[in-house]
Design a protein around this ligand. Structure first.
Ligand code: XUL
Length: 559
């Protein structure tokens, strides 16, 4: 067993999360305790971009959702300014970060030269505003590339083949289909692009002052990387766009050093010139690291702008369902994940329509309605959903015959609306039933040994109780719901340690035997419910829900 490795006394580790609605920063000390954090919200603190929820929706192109690339640059500058009075940047020995997965940035020819000669007396915003071949970054919420997805799948021999090759079948939000759409619809933009970054490698590039590699974990969210060999797949590249490999640059493991922090930040904010920038990665992979997920029976549920369910596995066995990414803190391991687009914004929509715009009223409704919701099953898609691939719209059913012996005898009838308390339970219960159904189908542990909940809504005890009921297992939470920036700070420390030790060391070396004393510790929020009968009923309801969902997809789903 590897002994516990200590981090240098007084050292700080800085982690960012460049997400859909904000940029967050979390600072850990050498004992892995949070010493500072900051957030910049795009809509409220950078109102001149006029984003809603951090994004723009294109009224002329159904499902096209994007963000202004330069807003992320301004937010990075602002979050650093806000952090300045709170910490001494010269003590930061390593920085890393999370990016919303799949989003992409298009650097114009000649921009690396701009990046490497930034003038510390001027803002990043003023110097990088002309560095892009398009000002719009397609993001993970986009669903406008169904055509490109099918083209790529067909070119490599089908959806399953692409999944076996890259870890996922083609998904509209994945970067490969996004790049293909840009190549097809705006060839001049594609032609004038020198480098394509993910949000993660984009932010890392700014910090190191040259193009940073894409890390292998986030790289798996592109439909372009060979998941088994962790190199660009020639077959997938050819199916996507010409001359793509040179625009992507190299891949690197998540624990690798991207470079030293650029002189710009040394002069402007007094960072130490030896401060390391560790490869940034995706927000979900970094959450996995921040939640210290290391047992195959554990499942994490992140309830944020997107809802995700993830766990770890030793082998990559991709199929048509879900996604497989390399584990960012285990060089031979993998993480498996499901992703839903209708997360917090859709819960908020129901709260606003049915619960007087108040979380207290919403929670009160959750508490006063019975488990199973009297058979009321809801499907709520405010935006085109990812899982299942259904268009925006709401579908409500009442399932009957619960007292029959066989779950196969359940029948349902469609209804137009539910009363407000049932609508509230309907959305949360529906989301959890879907997560359980798809997680089981994807081969994730059933029932899980435990669930660790994170993301904004994980501070809602009524929601946590419902998760425990539907999954039939205990639910744990972490001290802070922003596990993506915490995980990034932890990975900064891990990358620093790997560099120091001259090669990969297990991440648990840093918190072995004293996890409870760090800011990473998870605590029991809801014990496993003892009611076996209820779990059986939920098992029948999950089956019914999956059957209704399949029919909806056949009828109105994206092909
Ligand atoms: C994951 C996904 C989302 C984004 C949110 O595949 O698309 O969870 O990472 O930032």
């Amino acid at each position: 067993m590897v002994g516990r490795s200590s981090l240098p006394e007084g050292a700080l580790f800085l982690g960012f999360d460049s997400s859909t609605q904000s940029v967050k920063a979390t600072v850990l000390n050498n004992e892995l305790t949070i010493v500072a954090s900051e957030t910049v919200n795009f809509d409220s603190e950078l109102p001149h971009y006029k984003t809603e929820g951090g994004v723009y929706r294109d009224p002329t192109d159904d499902g096209r959702i994007f963000s202004p690339t330069i807003m992320w640059v301004e937010a990075l500058e602002l979050v650093l300014e806000k952090l300045k009075p709170k910490i001494d940047f010269s003590k930061v020995v390593a920085v890393s970060g999370s990016g919303q997965q799949h989003g992409s940035v298009y650097w114009k020819k000649g921009s690396e030269a701009v990046l490497s000669s930034l003038d510390p007396s001027k803002s990043l915003l003023s110097q990088l505003k002309d560095a892009f071949s398009t000002m719009d970054s397609p993001i993970w919420m986009d669903s406008s590339t169904t055509k490109q997805c099918r083209e790529i799948e067909n070119a490599v021999g089908g959806a399953l083949e692409l999944s076996k090759l890259t870890g996922s079948r083609a998904h509209e939000r994945y970067t490969g289909p996004q790049i293909r759409k840009i190549y097809q619809t705006t060839p001049d933009v594609y032609e004038s692009t020198e480098r394509i970054s993910l949000v993660s490698s984009f932010m890392a590039s700014i910090l190191v002052g040259c193009y940073a590699s894409i890390d292998e974990t986030d790289g798996a969210g592109m439909n372009l990387m060979d998941i088994n060999h962790r190199i660009w797949s020639k077959t997938a590249l050819e199916a996507t766009a010409p001359d793509l490999e040179q625009k992507l640059g190299n891949l690197a493991p998540a624990y690798a050093v991207a470079g030293r922090i650029s002189p710009y930040f040394v002069e402007r904010l007094q960072f130490d010139k030896n401060c390391l920038v560790i490869q940034w990665s995706g927000d979900n992979p970094n959450s996995l690291a921040g939640l210290t997920l290391n047992t195959p029976g554990d499942l994490a549920i992140s309830l944020g702008t997107s809802d995700t369910v993830f766990g770890i596995t030793a082998e990559a066995k991709p199929g048509l369902e879900g996604h497989v990414f390399p584990n960012p803190v285990e060089p031979d391991g993998y993480m498996v994940m499901l992703c839903y687009k209708n997360g917090s914004l859709t819960r908020e929509d129901v709260r606003n329509r049915c619960a007087e715009k108040s979380w207290d009223v919403f929670n009160n409704y959750l508490e006063k309605t019975a488990p199973m919701n009297g058979g009321k099953l809801g499907f709520y898609y405010k935006d085109h959903e990812i899982l299942p691939p259904l268009p925006a719209g709401f579908h409500r059913y009442v399932v009957e015959n619960f007292n029959e012996n066989s779950p196969d005898n359940l029948t349902e009838r469609e209804v137009q609306e539910f009363d407000p308390p049932s609508e509230v339970r309907g959305i949360v219960e529906g989301q959890m039933l879907s997560m359980r159904g798809h997680a089981e189908r994807f081969g994730m542990p059933n029932p899980p040994k435990r669930i660790i909940a994170t993301g904004g809504a994980s501070s809602n005890e009524s929601i946590l109780k419902l998760i425990a009921q539907v999954f039939g297992c205990p639910v744990f939470t972490v001290q802070r719901p922003d596990s993506a920036s915490l995980g990034a700070a932890l990975r900064a420390a891990h990358g620093w340690l790997c560099k120091e030790e001259g090669g990969f060391v297990p991440i648990s070396c840093m918190y072995m035997s004293n996890l409870e004393k760090t800011s990473l510790a998870a605590k029991l929020a809801v014990p496993a419910p003892g009611d076996g009968e209820l779990l059986k009923k939920y098992t029948s309801l999950v089956k019914k829900r999956m059957e209704i969902e399949r029919r909806l997809v056949e009828k109105i789903g994206r092909a």
